[in-house]
Write a protein that binds this ligand. Structure first.
Ligand code: ADP
Ligand code: MG
Length: 339
């Protein structure tokens, strides 16, 4: 009951090739906790692939169907902190007694116990007690047990008593289903081609996929229009460039000064010579395009100029690019060195 979040269920956990074994093992454990041979059940997989959701769904299912059972979900971090506090306040016995009363123990992100010997000792005793008395243990980890460094061998060997199942990156069909499910839950309809576009563009993990959908909904309500392909493209572009925006102002100044063979000091300096003003304006133009800096702070990085100078620089370069192909080429060449 404790720490379970009722919003995570099997109903809203989309099944796909990427999670089929883990999901069905989780379902079996949820229906018959402590009875199957999947004890412990260890789910592993990278960040954002649905470990917490799945084990929470197991916990909620047990709680909903076996009212007499005491279900406890706890992150390994919280478990460790509780343990430390119990030592400090001399209540270690209460701590272990409490955990030994649990019917289904869900310990999330067990890799967090790495190197924490005392915490592992205590968990080992709790584990043994629970396992011997037919109680269910469910754990998650961000990597497979054989790669869990800093965990005691006696613990790792016990993890192998049950079933280990992994979660993989969601495949295309699963991503489609997850997007549809999410939109349905929000009561939003968008065209299938747009859903496909999103599923093609985001193929890392489910958390990121959800982030994109949230941005899309936010953007759509901001500009008061429906989510269509154009809007999706704009949002995706912003998300991608926001991540690529590791370019900082120093790099921009270096590259531009190299390209035009002027010094960085000159870029920041006071001279109004044409040979210097133009590269300076190009550098400011890129500072605006490639960083998140405000006009004011861009000006600050160019010898303390004010924001109207920066606006003027950006405008000048934009105009020149339209009028003069050589300027356009130069800007494109410089831009390509940033990516
Ligand atoms: P992890 O614990 O592996 O880092 P989470 O369980 O927190 O990942 O999942 C990240 C987000 O993705 C959560 O909002 C979760 O609800 C969602 N999610 C993950 N897998 C699925 C799935 N198969 N179906 C629906 N939502 C999912
Ligand atoms: Mg998690």
């Amino acid at each position: 009951d404790l720490y379970l979040n009722p919003t995570y269920s099997f109903d809203n956990y989309i099944e796909g090739d990427c999670n089929r074994l883990a999901r069905s093992a989780g379902m079996a454990v949820a229906q018959r906790p402590g009875v199957t041979s999947f004890n412990p059940l260890l789910i592993y997989g990278g960040v954002g692939l649905g470990k917490t959701h799945l084990v929470q769904a197991i916990g909620n299912h047990i709680k909903g169907h076996h009212h007499d059972k005491f279900v406890l979900y706890v992150s390994s971090e919280k478990f460790t902190n509780q343990f430390i506090n119990a030592i400090k306040s001399n209540t270690l016995q209460d701590f272990t007694d409490f955990y030994m009363k649990v019917d289904a123990l869900i310990l999330d992100d067990v890799q967090f116990l790495s190197g924490k010997e005392k915490t592992q000792d205590t968990f080992f005793h709790i584990f043994n007690h629970l396992h011997q008395s037919g109680r269910q243990i469910i754990m998650t980890s961000d990597r497979r047990p054989s790669e869990l460094q800093g965990l005691q061998d006696r613990l790792l060997s016990r993890f192998k008593w049950g079933l280990t199942a992994d979660l993989q990156q969601p495949d295309f069909e699963t991503r489609i289903a997850i997007i549809q499910r999410k939109l349905q839950a929000e009561g939003i309809y968008i065209e299938y081609s747009v859903i496909e576009y999103i599923a093609h563009s985001v193929n890392t993990n489910v958390r990121e996929l959800e982030g994109v959908i949230i941005s899309l909904m936010a953007q759509a309500s901001l500009v008061r229009r429906d989510i269509d392909l154009d809007l999706a493209k704009v949002v995706m572009k912003n998300i991608v460039t926001a991540e690529d925006r590791e370019v900082n102002i120093d790099t921009i100044q270096e590259i531009v000064s190299d390209y035009y063979d002027v010094s960085i000091a000159d870029l920041k300096g006071k001279s109004r010579k044409k040979e210097l003003v133009y590269p300076r304006q190009v550098a400011m133009y890129f500072a605006k395009e490639l960083t998140d800096l405000s006009l004011k702070s861009i000006g600050y990085h160019f010898g303390g100029r004010d924001h109207s100078t920066v606006i003027h620089a950006i405008q000048t370069i934009s105009d020149l690019m339209e009028q003069d192909d050589s300027v356009k080429d130069a800007v494109q060449k410089i831009r390509s060195t940033f990516s």
